[in-house]
Design a protein around this ligand. Structure first.
Ligand SMILES: NC(=O)c1ccc[n+]([C@@H]2O[C@H](COP(=O)([O-])OP(=O)(O)OC[C@H]3O[C@@H](n4cnc5c(N)ncnc54)[C@H](OP(=O)(O)O)[C@@H]3O)[C@@H](O)[C@H]2O)c1
Length: 449
């Protein structure tokens, strides 16, 4: 670990990648330089930048002492740079940047959830073995300080469960579909035109980005490494306005949730669209905002709400980490709290529950043949498999010979539901594959059962 404990010697930070978050960080560093110095008790200087796109660099005003590196390796190996901020995104060269910088004895900060969700073991392991600090607050929830809350504020409590709206693009699309009755494709292309959705929106709308974030959250909350590939993930492409409308009639709002529950001997971690009671806190989180609700055994419920993306909000999370690492550099000591909140060697892997074993209430929309006896057939198949119906709505007539019949159920396992639908969907009583949406219990009573 470098020691820069010379009077007034600034800690020099280097940024690799000056895109949305990198430029936000730059703005914050330059604008709040005085405040940052006051709070740290020593100066934090922009020692260097490295950006692939020369056009981006042309548009920026950099302080005179800032070195512009052509290659990230030059910055990482330059002894004048004490700590490295990786903001290029993606897997490579981001992974190599972090590993090489840590190998060179430098603390690192990243916002890269995709990288941590896939290569977290290697990266957290490297931080532990090289004895450097690793900040990654911005990787989940943008500007929302959820990771520090889990790592430090709730270090002494057991986290029972966690549910979050952790992708702003998906939430924006569902909010507009719900409010305006628009089709998914219409809202998506508008969001792309206005810059709220990427030109390739796959990660956001197919739930992959949320899976990255819930994997990181669950690792921190439960102290167990999480294999990303084992997380059941469903996105929002298949959502239709008709289901949002029926949901409203039952008093529900649809959200794409990342969910993580501690069952003691196993964990339940998943991402999928969920109906929430309209009076729940998470159901009020609209547009691009994010929120994470958790339940601590001693604490009870907690909700953190704020801007989950964007250059400026995300930069505040990056800056908090940079300042923490800079203190370590200045005082020649590592942060007192390990990156994950517990020693790397203290993690205990617990298996993930398969989706077939989860318990939930369900919304089922059948497109039923408009004939006598269909409703009793559907109820019979569900009842034979131990699924009890809570309510039924049948409305409208003649959508090509079929009518929507919507059923909500009491708690059942996913395998009970799948077994029933395998029979129903193969029968002549329905004309389309049944739509299944889980209804989430947001009472935050916790689990460990
Ligand atoms: N945007 C958000 O709101 C947000 C929120 C939370 C977390 N994050 C995370 O923050 C990270 C950065 O996201 P972003 O939105 O700022 O991405 P971005 O706008 O695409 O910026 C990345 C920048 O890095 C540059 N770059 C790529 N490879 C490089 C290399 N080898 N050397 C130097 N520069 C390189 C890119 O240049 P080119 O454009 O020429 O490729 C681009 O300017 C990602 O991990 C993302 O997941 C973003």
């Amino acid at each position: 670990m470098l020691n820069q404990n010379e009077k007034n010697a600034p800690v020099r930070v280097g940024i690799i990648g000056l895109g949305t978050v990198g430029q936000g960080f730059l703005r914050l560093l330059l604008k709040n330089q005085g405040l940052i110095r006051e709070r740290l008790g020593f100066p934090l200087a922009l020692g260097g930048v490295c950006e692939k796109n020369p056009e981006t660099l042309k548009g920026l005003t950099l302080p005179p002492e800032c070195v512009v590196y052509r290659e990230w390796k030059e910055m990482v190996l330059d002894p004048r740079i004490s700590l490295v901020v990786e903001l290029v995104g993606g897997l490579e060269p981001a992974r190599s940047i972090l590993l090489e910088a840590m190998k060179a004895g430098k603390s690192v900060v990243t916002a890269n959830k995709a990288l941590l969700a896939r290569h977290g073991e290697e990266i957290f392991g490297a931080a532990a073995s090289h004895g450097v600090d690793l900040g990654f607050e911005a990787s989940v929830g943008g500007g929302i300080p959820i990771l520090r809350t889990l790592r430090e504020s709730l270090a002494g409590d057991r986290i029972l469960r966690l549910a979050g709206i952790i992708n702003g693009t998906a939430n924006y699309i569902l909010t507009r579909m719900s409010r305006e009755g628009l089709e998914f494709e219409t809202v998506l292309s508008e969001a792309q035109r206005h810059g709220y959705a990427e030109s390739d929106p796959t990660y956001d709308i197919d739930g992959i980005d949320s899976a990255h974030k819930i994997a990181i959250l669950a690792t921190m909350a439960f102290g167990s490494p999480v294999n990303l590939q084992e997380i059941p993930v469903e996105g929002i492409r298949q959502i239709k306005p008709i289901d949002l409308e029926f949901g409203r009639e039952f008093g529900y709002v649809l959200k794409l949730l990342g969910i993580a529950v501690d069952h003691g001997d196993s964990l339940d971690i998943r991402v999928h669209p969920s109906f929430l009671p309209e009076n729940s806190l998470l159901s009020e989180v609209d547009g691009v905002f994010n929120a994470i609700e958790l339940s601590g055994q001693a604490l009870g419920p907690l909700l953190l709400y704020g801007r989950g993306a964007g250059g400026d909000p995300t930069a505040t999370a990056v800056m908090g980490d940079v300042m923490e690492c800079a203190r370590g550099v200045f005082h020649g000591a590592r942060a007192q709290v390990p990156a994950l909140g517990f020693p790397f060697s203290g993690r205990i892997r617990r298996p993930l529950r398969p989706i077939s074993a989860i318990f939930s209430e369900y919304y089922l929309r059948f497109m039923a043949q408009d004939q006598p006896g269909t409703l009793s057939y559907l109820a019979g198949i569900l009842g034979d498999r131990g699924i009890s119906i809570e309510s039924v709505i049948q409305k409208g007539r003649d959508r090509g010979g079929s009518v929507p019949v919507v059923v909500t159920t009491h708690r059942a396992t996913e395998s009970q539901i799948r077994d029933s639908l395998a029979i129903i969907d193969a029968s002549h009583h329905v004309t389309e594959k049944t739509v299944v949406i889980r209804i989430e219990d947001v009472s935050m009573e916790g689990s460990l059962s």
